[in-house]
Write a protein that binds this ligand. Structure first.
Ligand SMILES: Cc1cc2nc3c(=O)[nH]c(=O)nc-3n(C[C@H](O)[C@H](O)[C@H](O)COP(=O)(O)OP(=O)(O)OC[C@H]3O[C@@H](n4cnc5c(N)ncnc54)[C@H](O)[C@@H]3O)c2cc1C
Ligand code: SF4
Length: 328
């Protein structure tokens, strides 16, 4: 049985208290929300913080509420809360779909949106216990020097595995952060970086406090389709988020975002270009799915072979597109 390493747990009395503790303890501290990812990673000695700052007491960061025509979601809101929210289900169906297929009901009851967005990137050579990794000689992301997946790569290529991330980018969401230097907002599309070891623009002493979904024009349609080995529990080995805006039967705006094929969600402008200006006929959808296929480059660091995940790119992109264009 894997056991947690020793650490001090400090529940935050307020957001300011949490920010203050991160500033005070620096790299020795990490925050925890639901703990469904952090504690597993600590058991594997991927993280060994001396201090864990508990955000769970900050109930004021748990909400889904109307905001500026859109919706604001507190970072401490559980995935179950979001999956069961009727406004999210009817107005932001892709987010509803994405959070509804994260792990298991038990983990969704504990796991939060903030923790999901700040989920560590994953890799078959990294998400292993200490002895497994030591036997292999470790890797660049933790305790070692080289990347086992791409030995010549100067950076880690572990994959973004957060199901909400591609959807938030597709919707044009904004993330709110609080840190010792104050508060700031970052578009979701700019939050994620293509670096498996530093996958966000968030500084270590910043806390994600809120996600803002914009007001959506009439005629907006969106969907998320996820491939995983076992539908009852697994992380994505591929995800496709689509957002389309249709006016008088013509697509005027489109976003197609792939997940689990790089360290950040990958937006595919060529897929959007294949859709805009069309009536979303089957040929346009096929072209957009082809563009997604061309853009996605899965690596050998999740379950499922590279050729399988590559082939599934076109299939899942086409399914997500079809969900937004009924009849095509
Ligand atoms: C068996 C299993 C299956 C899973 N399947 C999936 C899946 O299919 N899809 C998926 O997306 N995830 C999956 N997960 C991962 C995880 O359960 C979810 O991503 C969950 O939403 C994480 O939220 P949390 O609150 O538990 O995060 P925590 O474990 O509390 O934190 C995760 C990370 O985020 C940081 N963090 C947490 N909250 C904040 C905040 N507000 N601001 C800044 N940093 C923060 C923590 O320091 C930590 O590094 C799975 C996990 C397990 C164990
Ligand atoms: S991609 Fe390479 S460096 Fe990153 S976790 Fe995997 S093996 Fe390690």
């Amino acid at each position: 049985m894997l056991r947690l390493p020793p650490f001090a747990y400090h529940p935050a009395a307020s957001l300011e208290d949490a920010v203050g503790m991160l500033a005070r303890y620096g790299w020795r501290a990490l925050v925890v929300s639901g703990g469904t990812d952090l504690f597993a990673n600590m058991k594997q000695r991927l993280f060994t913080p001396e201090v864990v700052v508990g955000l769970r007491p900050l109930r004021e960061l748990s909400y889904v509420r109307a905001s500026e025509g859109g919706v604001a979601i507190g970072a401490l809101t559980t995935l179950t809360h979001i999956a069961e929210d009727p406004v999210i289900e009817s107005r932001y169906p892709a987010l509803h779909e994405a959070v509804s297929v994260i792990s298991t009901p038990q983990l969704r009851n504990m796991g939060t949106l903030g923790g999901n967005i700040c989920l560590d990137t994953r890799c078959n050579y990294y998400n292993q216990d200490y002895d497994w990794r030591r036997a292999l000689g470790f890797c660049m992301k933790k305790d070692g020097q080289v990347c086992r997946v791409a030995p010549k790569s100067p950076t880690c290529v572990a994959v973004n595995s957060s199901d909400s991330a591609p959807v938030l980018i597709a919707y044009g969401a904004t993330l709110r952060l609080a840190g010792p230097e104050g508060r700031r907002e970052v578009p979701a599309a700019e939050f994620f970086r293509n670096d498996g070891m530093r996958p966000w623009c968030k500084r270590p002493d910043e806390i994600l406090t809120e996600v803002r979904l914009p007001a959506l024009p009439a005629g907006t349609r969106a969907a998320y389709r996820k491939l995983r080995l076992r539908n009852a529990i697994d992380f994505p080995i591929l995800g496709v988020a689509v957002m389309l805006q249709v006016e008088a039967g013509v697509c005027v705006r489109a976003r197609v975002v792939l997940n689990a094929v790089a360290s950040k969600p990958v937006e595919v402008p060529d897929a959007a270009a294949a859709l805009v200006g069309t009536d979303l006929n089957p040929r346009a959808l096929d072209e957009a799915a082809d563009a997604a296929y061309a853009a996605g480059k899965p690596l050998d660091n999740t379950s499922g072979s590279i050729p399988y995940r590559k082939r599934m790119l076109r299939v899942f992109a086409r399914r997500a597109l079809a969900a937004c264009a009924p009849g095509s």
